[in-house]
Design a protein around this ligand. Structure first.
Ligand code: GUN
Length: 295
């Protein structure tokens, strides 16, 4: 087994983005800025928001954090998004998901201006993605494509199985992989798929984004498959200071004696997701700077 190291790629992109940001600022632009909205105090969401916050600081991006209480009314959240949409000092807006069940996720996401939708989750962005047009690419999907590119892993003509059909990862990734240029043959499985092994055994690349620890092991794959683990599962572990450990959806140990390429958890896709968000934020700032000139 060989590991696909997310940290090396993240650091390389980070250095390049730092340079691009400095030259953007030297040209008279203000620093890119990202507003992150978190509703409630789910510990996993809090931890993701903190890592976004830290990465903004590493890049000297401006960040605005909005921590709203669990029982906030949907109207109030929509009003905040309206304000941020109009705020000239905000380039990018992200609403951390999932939202509490009394809030309609789709109403909230689609309220975000298409020019500030750095998650790429709005109808406009996803519609453009399906049509193969320029858009904000959802961060995890973008991170996975960058990881495949960094390691020169081809997708053209390959059989790729994506496990998980979420709007955040599985669906956009499957579409990007089948679009012109990537040219893969994609199978998308979900939690109802019968006999999962049928779809993983012959796959050249398997992306596991199901949120289920140890879902995939080496008995289910070819001996030289590429395995991308998107899972971030908190497993109770009293021996750890935090009381839990992070584990992916892949039983990494079972792959040790194979020739597979495996992205580890932690240290794999999670790092790529956050740096992709920073790249999208920079892209939003560039779009804003160009529209300032034209207006
Ligand atoms: N929750 C889990 N992943 C994501 C993501 O990529 N974006 C947002 N907004 N929420 C998430």
């Amino acid at each position: 087994m060989k590991l696909l190291d997310g940290k090396i790629i993240r650091d390389e992109i980070l250095e390049k983005l730092k340079e691009n940001t400095q030259s953007f600022i030297k040209k008279g632009n203000r620093a890119p800025s990202l507003a992150v909205i978190l509703v409630g105090d789910d510990p996993a969401s809090l931890s993701y928001v903190n890592s976004k916050h830290k990465m903004c600081e590493a890049l000297s991006f401006v960040h605005f954090d909005y921590k709203l209480c669990e029982d906030i009314a949907e109207e109030e959240l929509l009003a905040l998004i309206d304000r941020l949409n109009c705020d000239e000092s905000v380039d990018a807006i992200l609403v951390q998901l999932p939202l509490p069940s009394h809030i309609n996720e789709s109403n909230v996401i689609n309220r975000i201006s298409k020019k500030k939708d750095v998650d790429g989750f709005t109808e406009n962005n996803l519609g453009r993605l399906v049509q193969g047009l320029d858009c904000f690419i959802p961060c995890t999907a973008k991170g996975i494509l960058d990881m495949l590119d960094y390691y020169d892993i081809p997708t053209r003509g390959k059989s790729i199985t994506v496990i998980g059909r979420s709007n955040i990862v599985g669906k956009p990734l499957a579409i990007l992989l089948m679009n012109k240029g990537r040219d893969a043959t994609v199978t998308v499985c979900n939690s109802h798929t019968e006999n999962l092994k049928r779809f993983t055994k012959d796959a050249d690349i398997i992306v596991v984004a199901a949120g289920k620890a140890d879902l995939l092991n080496s008995s289910m794959t070819k001996d030289d498959a590429v395995i991308i683990d998107v899972g971030i599962n908190r497993i109770k572990d009293e021996s750890r200071k935090k009381g839990y450990r992070i584990q992916g959806d892949v039983d990494e140990k079972s792959f040790e004696s194979t020739s597979c390429l495996v992205s580890p958890v932690p240290g794999g896709v999670g790092l790529m997701t956050v740096i992709s968000l920073m790249e999208n934020t920079f892209k939003a700032a560039v779009i804003r700077s160009k529209s300032e000139i034209h207006n």
